[in-house]
Design a protein around this ligand. Structure first.
Ligand SMILES: Cc1cc2nc3c(=O)[nH]c(=O)nc-3n(C[C@H](O)[C@H](O)[C@H](O)COP(=O)(O)OP(=O)(O)OC[C@H]3O[C@@H](n4cnc5c(N)ncnc54)[C@H](O)[C@@H]3O)c2cc1C
Length: 415
């Protein structure tokens, strides 16, 4: 019943879980947020911090099938697959390749655009509750190309963005230098997207939300969830290694680790992980004005308050394999060419697990088995930009409000 106060347990204090917990608290629920490590210590720790409405193009694009051999042969390439993980990855990979048909790409892109709309507005109440109104900067961002060929190859991305009404401006070499003087004059073309911004510190922002959640009366429990007590009406308690927490509703927002939890709630999902890397330079000695992105190299360089961060690339290798730090070194070699004078001293490498579905769309919805079990994970490359919006939508579902968006494309049982 709409307006009814419920005991809700949210599992996972990454960007998605924290924003969801805060939205639920705002709706008047009694919320417990359970996290095994600490707020924003998973994928939400080290992302590129970019927030915007232009990310309407899925990862699997037409023609990706022909790139698979290269992905297998080059462990340092922008998109790589670990041989040893191939047997486990196979069902995910098949759906990933199927999602790359032109018709599917168009559908997926529409579903991404619908979810992206209102990204910044969804963050506004959370920033206010955290007392941090200036943590998101709306500077726009720029996709850069070192060759005319690279730019021409990406025209299909731009075509999709145009069809979705994404605002953009194509820049020539001189205009690129005017917009971002700190870049080396090595780029022939760029696309500037004005409706994009970034958090000046994604980690501090999510932690500030987690603190606001506790200040507002939410309960934060540092514990690992191991399972559920299921009654006739669905999950009635969440079991952890510390205690069992009674609930009327549960939200799984455990990022790349959500699969077994969702399965225990009657929702088997084709979730896997696209591992990504970053380097953060604490005293970069250069001061870019806005995030700059390369599709050819699959990374972004973002000027955070705690340094210049270079983040990106995709490695399909599961949750267990050790990081390949050479992938982070490759990022350093690229970005050193971009910003002359970049001081790489003290640069810290990091690897994180993007929670990814084969079709680049998140899972946001009820378990097909239990009406009081909600799933919110699989945001892939867009988890920071979609976190507040996801939180708002999950709160609508849990609170039995009329939905402000058709949730069909994100349903858990679509594969
Ligand atoms: C290199 C890189 C660059 C990126 N750049 C961007 C970007 O610029 N913009 C953007 O929007 N997105 C970006 N992303 C993606 C984004 O970081 C993720 O989509 C997002 O962080 C996912 O958030 P989450 O809350 O779902 O997962 P996580 O942040 O991983 O949080 C999940 C949490 O659940 C906890 N957990 C798991 N299992 C349990 C359990 N059993 N019990 C208790 N707790 C549990 C984990 O400890 C973790 O803290 C990037 C990702 C990477 C790797």
């Amino acid at each position: 019943m709409a307006g009814e106060k419920k005991k809700v347990v949210v599992i996972g204090a990454g960007a998605i879980g924290v924003c969801t917990a805060l939205y639920l608290l705002r709706d008047g629920h009694d919320v417990t947020l359970v996290e095994k490590d600490g707020p924003a210590e998973g994928a939400s720790f080290g992302n590129g911090s970019v927030i915007g409405e232009e990310s309407v193009v899925p990862v699997a694009m037409p023609g990706i099938f022909w790139r698979v051999p290269k992905m297998l042969l080059n462990p340092l390439g922008p998109l790589a697959v670990r041989w040893s993980y191939l047997p486990q990855l196979a069902p995910w990979l098949v759906e990933f390749l199927k999602a790359s048909s032109p018709a599917r790409v168009e559908e997926i892109s529409k579903a991404l655009a619908a979810l992206m709309a209102g990204t910044f507005e969804a963050y506004d109440p959370l920033l206010e509750m955290a007392g941090e109104p200036d943590m998101i900067r709306r500077t726009g961002w720029m996709g850069v190309y070192e060759t005319e060929k690279g730019f021409a190859n990406d025209s299909r991305y731009l075509d999709i963005q145009k069809r979705r009404g994404v605002e953009h401006e194509i820049l020539q070499a001189e205009e690129i230098r005017q917009l971002e003087p700190s870049l080396a004059p090595i780029f022939k073309r760029a696309v500037y997207y004005p409706k994009v911004g970034y958090s000046i510190n994604n980690y501090r922002m999510v932690r500030a939300f987690a603190e606001a959640f506790q200040r507002g009366g939410g309960r934060y429990l540092q514990a690992e969830v191991s399972g559920f007590d299921i009654g006739e009406a669905g999950p009635r308690a969440v079991r952890t290694d510390k205690e069992t927490v009674a609930c009327d509703a549960v939200v799984v927002a455990a990022g790349a680790w959500s699969k077994p939890l969702a399965e225990a709630l009657g929702a088997p999902v084709l979730l896997d992980t696209e591992r990504g890397y970053h380097m953060t330079y604490p005293t970069p000695g250069v001061a870019p004005r806005l995030p700059v992105y390369s599709t050819e190299r699959a990374f972004v360089a973002t000027p955070l308050e705690n340094g210049l961060r270079v983040a990106g690339t995709v490695e399909l290798g599961g949750l267990k394999a050790a990081p390949n730090w050479n992938r982070a070194k490759v990022l350093e070699s690229h970005v050193s060419r971009w910003y002359p004078g970049l001081n790489t001293e003290g640069g810290k490498p990091w690897m994180g697990f993007r929670p990814s579905m084969p079709d680049s769309l998140p899972v946001i919805g009820r378990s097909p088995r239990h009406a009081n079990a909600f799933l919110a994970f699989g945001h892939g490359h867009c988890g920071l930009m979609l976190a507040a919006r996801t939180g708002a939508l999950v709160a609508e579902m849990v609170s039995d409000k009329p939905m402000s968006l058709d949730m069909t494309p994100y349903r858990p049982d679509r594969f």
